[in-house]
Write a protein that binds this ligand. Structure first.
Ligand code: ASP
Length: 342
């Protein structure tokens, strides 16, 4: 969203009693992954299902903010809706590792305190974002991984679930196809890891995230994912890495990313966007757009971000064909979009 309110949004504020330009602004944006999303390959039913789930997550998070809840609570509430849907690559519906399991990553950051929590490679946690929050609030650490993270979860009274809970037919088919492709590459003498990284975007698409601004002026960001199909050796992407996949600071902005994690880590995408806002005085839209299109794309990194600042401005740039995304604020009605031209 631009810094200046377009006339149409102003008219909407005047016309709708639910849009309140007079009070402290509240805002939320969510994503459900970026990549090659072709309208021609999407059935109307599938498109409806995606839009419906994005709308549900957006409304769930927005309701928390409307009631005066904290931005961290809104972020968690929205992400939990997406984690429990098999449509997205987070929680149920997560992609499979090379060995045929699910390893989940998530993180959350509170822009008021700069407290953060993250979990990486967990297998038995129903809501990785809820555990990330527990790490932030109940441990002296920022990031916990694997079995240690699960032991911590149990110590906090969080039940462990069977890894099969995250199984879905369509993700299993993707793993089988990916393995065929990788085995072909290996027979031809190719580099296995390079081949995993070269898999097309549908093999990882569907990471979820949220950013929110609450009535007290605090912002927060969170991200949750199953990572990349056929990942091996405990590979961890950008989603649980603070500063890469997730970042929030009341002095600049809140960002949740989705895309080719290795690039997002090396280019510290989320922190770079907020640093440009803070130190260069760029608008949120300029900073986010530049990092995604001028820095990441020329380097070969595909994906996008949702970003929000303490004034309630929202930016959702991506350099792929599409990104599942939605936003709503006290001055902007709900917008849900999937494809580039919307
Ligand atoms: N960023 C995620 C990862 O690399 C995947 C995605 O967002 O598409 O694990």
């Amino acid at each position: 969203m631009k810094k200046m309110l377009p006339l149409i949004a102003l008219l909407a504020v005047v016309a709708s009693p639910s849009l309140r330009a007079d009070e402290a602004p509240i805002a939320i944006a969510i994503h459900g992954g970026a990549g090659t999303i072709e309208k021609s390959k999407m059935t109307p039913e599938r498109e409806k299902a995606y839009r419906g789930k994005l709308g549900e997550a957006l409304d769930t998070g927005y309701a928390v903010l409307e009631k005066g809840g904290a931005s961290t609570d809104a972020v968690i509430a929205a992400i939990r809706v997406l984690e429990s849907s098999p449509l997205f690559n987070a929680g149920r519906g997560a992609v499979y590792t090379y060995e045929g399991r699910h390893e989940l990553d998530a993180s959350i950051m509170d822009g008021e305190t700069r407290q953060a929590g993250a979990v990486a490679g967990v297998r038995r946690i129903e809501s990785p974002i809820a555990l990330a929050r527990m790490v932030m609030e109940k441990s002296p650490f920022v990031m916990l991984s694997g079995e240690g993270a699960e032991t911590f979860a149990r110590s906090q009274g969080m039940p462990l679930v069977d890894n099969a809970l995250f199984d879905t037919e369509h993700r299993l088919k993707q793993l089988q196809k990916a393995k065929e492709k990788l085995e072909r590459e290996s027979r031809e003498g190719g580099n296995h890891q390079a081949a995993v990284e070269a898999l097309p975007t549908p093999y990882r698409m569907g990471t979820v995230g949220a950013v929110a601004l609450d009535k007290r002026g605090n912002i927060a960001a969170g991200t949750s994912t199953g990572g990349m199909t056929a990942k091996r050796y405990g590979r961890i992407g950008d989603s649980p890495v603070i500063g890469s996949g997730t970042f929030a600071d009341n002095n600049s902005c809140a960002v949740s990313a989705t895309g080719h994690g290795e690039y997002f880590i090396r280019y510290t995408v989320a922190a770079d966007i907020c640093a440009r806002v803070r130190y260069r005085g760029e608008t949120l839209a300029e900073a986010a757009g530049e990092v995604i299109n001028q820095v990441l794309l020329p380097a070969g990194g595909t994906g996008g971000v949702i970003a929000l600042d303490p004034a309630g401005n929202i930016a959702m740039p991506f350099n792929t064909r599409g990104m599942y995304r939605a936003s709503r604020s006290s001055v902007q009605p709900a917008e849900i979009a999937i494809f580039k031209e919307e």
